[in-house]
Design a protein around this ligand. Structure first.
Ligand code: PMP
Length: 354
């Protein structure tokens, strides 16, 4: 801390990312990465890019990536905004579209970056409690607001909200922007992308960090009405007019072109999740319904922190949140490959029997 800091930096509580351990041979189930690595076509595209053109600046409009995404979703390129991971895309959304006189609304249990952006950009917000089943209750958002944001499926619960509920919200909420953060949507949750051409106030964000297995390349994007996208471009051009680097663009385009690999790996993750859910239920865990590549589970007899520490001693790391108190007994566990999931279940069985 120093006297030179601006007041906003003094007041900030920065986001704490999940641990990226420095030691090898851990079963790493704590940050929702994909166990299967990217498509081999992505690696080939990165090699070609390295050989050809690193001397040159990237395309400030990310035209190739926007064209590929537009084709994939059946949209126009002016409905697409690209950034370094969806975290950066969200930062631009908060700054460009969510600061108004009324408070921004988001769930009380959700992605913990949202309050950090509010602090950074001076946005007032109110949290809306999840219901007794840990679900988002749309009726609680139907009041004057400066914007609404939630992940679907929600994080860290993993619970999906049906598309019909999002449409019901959009029917009732026409005067502010609704952001649906679909970081985990490809693992069995209905996407709201189809709504963006019908509602001028909905933005949907996606990432390539999860279902495309490219967390290391930092690729995210938003889709929405061209008027909303224009606001994001204004902010981007005032911040860093080169949104993503050459590797990221080449890798993203190659990943989109290998749909077979994408479908195969995401189905593998979904099947492994179902298997893991039934194994954990057999051990006495309560597991919330998941439409994501992670599950949120608690055991009636063991504190979450105690379980996470015991797993760590056996070289398995999962995510545990101390706050809010309502979720302090849960573990958020990323779906690994079959071997990793088996090691996890065996380790938990050992802890519970000890
Ligand atoms: N939204 C949610 C709900 C997330 O959990 C994450 C991952 N931490 C992100 C967005 C950001 O992902 P990325 O920046 O890797 O695209």
């Amino acid at each position: 801390m120093s006297k030179f800091w601006s007041p906003i930096v003094h007041a900030l509580t920065p986001y704490v990312p999940g641990e990226q351990p420095k030691i090898q041979n851990l079963i790493k189930l704590n940050t929702n990465e994909n166990p299967y690595g990217p498509s081999p076509k992505v690696i080939a595209a990165l090699q070609a890019e390295a050989a050809d053109s690193l001397r040159l600046y990237p395309d400030p409009d990310s035209s190739r990536m926007k064209a590929a995404i537009a084709e994939y979703h059946g949209l126009q390129t002016n409905q697409i905004f690209v950034g370094n991971g969806s975290d950066e895309v969200l930062a631009h959304i908060f700054q460009a579209l969510l600061k108004h006189d009324h408070p921004l609304l988001f769930p009380d249990i959700t992605y913990s970056f949202y309050p950090v952006y509010c602090g950074l950009y001076g946005i007032q917000y109110e949290t809306v409690p999840l219901d007794a089943q840990f679900e988002i209750a749309i009726d609680d958002y139907l009041r004057p607001n400066g914007g609404i944001i939630f992940p679907n499926p929600n994080a860290p619960t993993g619970i999906p909200l049906p598309l019909a509920e999002i449409e019901r919200l959009l029917q009732a909420n026409k005067d502010s922007v609704v952001v649906v953060d679909e970081a985990y949507v490809d693992f069995g949750t209905e996407s709201a992308v189809a709504l963006v051409s019908r509602y001028p106030n909905v933005l949907v964000t996606h990432t390539y960090s999860k279902s495309r297995s490219l967390a290391g390349l930092r690729i995210g994007y938003a889709v929405g009405d061209a008027g909303l996208i224009e606001a994001l471009i204004r902010v981007k051009d005032s911040f860093n007019s080169y949104p993503i680097d050459r590797f990221a663009e080449a890798g993203a385009v190659a990943a989109l072109q290998d749909d077979d690999y994408f479908q195969q790996t995401r189905q593998q993750v979904i099947a492994a999740r179902e298997q893991l859910v039934s194994n954990l239920r057999a051990l006495g865990f309560e597991v919330l319904p998941s439409g994501a590549n992670f599950i949120f589970a608690r055991h009636p007899q063991y504190a979450g922190e105690q379980l996470a520490a015991a797993l760590r001693e056996q070289a398995v790391i999962v995510r545990h949140f101390k706050k809010p108190a309502r979720i302090a007994d849960f573990l958020r566990i990323t779906i690994g490959n079959d071997t990793q999931n088996q090691v996890l279940v065996k380790a938990l069985r050992g802890v519970l029997q000890a």
